[in-house]
Design a protein around this ligand. Structure first.
Ligand SMILES: C[S@@+](CC[C@H](N)C(=O)[O-])C[C@H]1O[C@@H](n2cnc3c(N)ncnc32)[C@H](O)[C@@H]1O
Length: 280
């Protein structure tokens, strides 16, 4: 197990995933009733983009522009503010929060979080990052396995993030899709976000069409490419499927995703997609 998210923290895919996650959590909070936020692959939660030992590979293209975005699409402003608040609290202008830290910061007193991470050093770092946040539990173990034990939650409301490392690409595509299916089988109304890498868009298009057919749930697809979808670059784009998307998340995404792309894909070599499958 060698995967280190610090090599990828703050890149265009992380930004796309984190803006989307906060938008979904915000929509989930329209109802007062509390919910469970659960991550199967949480990571360490706290990264330092200025630390070469942490895998920093130079500036993250477009991140500066996104973090300076103060007016316009509410979803991007909300994300930029959350990162800036974390930087202020960490007293480090290069600090970058992972998804569990961003999510924990968005939860209310009636919500709770369970964060699963397989690598003990990452899990311990996550515990340290979230020491001051109540109603958050970090568990060390296999997120795919432990997911089942926590579903359905007592609240009967929940948001799940499945964000595997895709070191064994085809195996993770299969395991992540199976985990989403198992989650819905135990908890039919779960809002499930599943992140996936886009290398060759023809493969991912087939995979998500099969997933939509197999699960039958409403499925919002959000994709952001920064390279042509058939180029030989390792990672051309970032994708998320959102099962049971909350009301109006898709409509709002059609507004903010193109704006986010202007900052992350300044050369305009990529593209974006918002699509709803199995619309209810
Ligand atoms: C892509 S990173 C997570 C990034 C995080 N969600 C974020 O956006 O900040 C994937 C994480 O999954 C962990 N991991 C790998 N296999 C796992 C498994 N089977 N169960 C739980 N965690 C796993 C890795 O150690 C790594 O920290």
């Amino acid at each position: 197990m060698k995967y280190r998210h610090s090599f990828h923290a703050g890149n265009f895919a992380d930004v796309h995933k984190h803006v989307t996650l906060l938008a979904v959590l915000e929509a989930q909070k329209r109802k007062d009733k509390g919910f469970l936020y659960l991550e199967t692959h949480a990571g360490s939660g706290a990264y330092d983009l200025g630390d070469p030992a942490g895998g920093n590979r130079g500036p993250r293209a477009g991140l500066g522009d996104v973090l300076s975005y103060t007016k316009g699409e509410a979803e991007i402003v909300q994300y930029a503010q959350a990162v800036q608040q974390w930087r202020t609290a960490a007293r480090n202008g290069q600090a970058y929060p992972g998804s569990p830290v961003l999510a924990a910061g968005a939860l209310r007193t009636q919500d709770r979080a369970i964060l699963l991470e397989i690598q003990p050093p990452e899990a311990h770092a996550l515990e340290r990052a979230l020491l001051s946040v109540a109603r958050v539990r970090v568990e060390i173990g296999d997120g795919y396995e432990r997911l089942r034990a926590h579903l359905p939650p007592a609240e009967r409301r929940g948001v799940l993030l499945i964000d595997p490392p895709y070191e064994e690409t085809s195996r993770d595509f299969e395991r992540a899709a199976n985990a989403a299916g198992e989650a819905l089988a135990k908890f039919v109304s779960a809002v499930v976000l599943l992140w996936y890498p886009i290398k060759d868009a023809r493969d991912t298009q087939l995979w998500r069409a099969r997933l939509a057919k197999k699960l039958g749930a409403e499925m919002l697809v959000s994709e952001l490419w920064v390279h042509p979808c058939d180029s030989q670059v390792a990672l051309n784009g970032s994708g998320l499927v959102i099962l049971n998307p909350p009301y109006q998340v898709a409509e709002r995404m059609r507004e903010w995703l193109p704006v986010l792309r202007t900052m992350l894909d300044a050369d305009r070599t990529g593209g974006e997609l918002v699509e709803v499958l199995n619309a209810k």
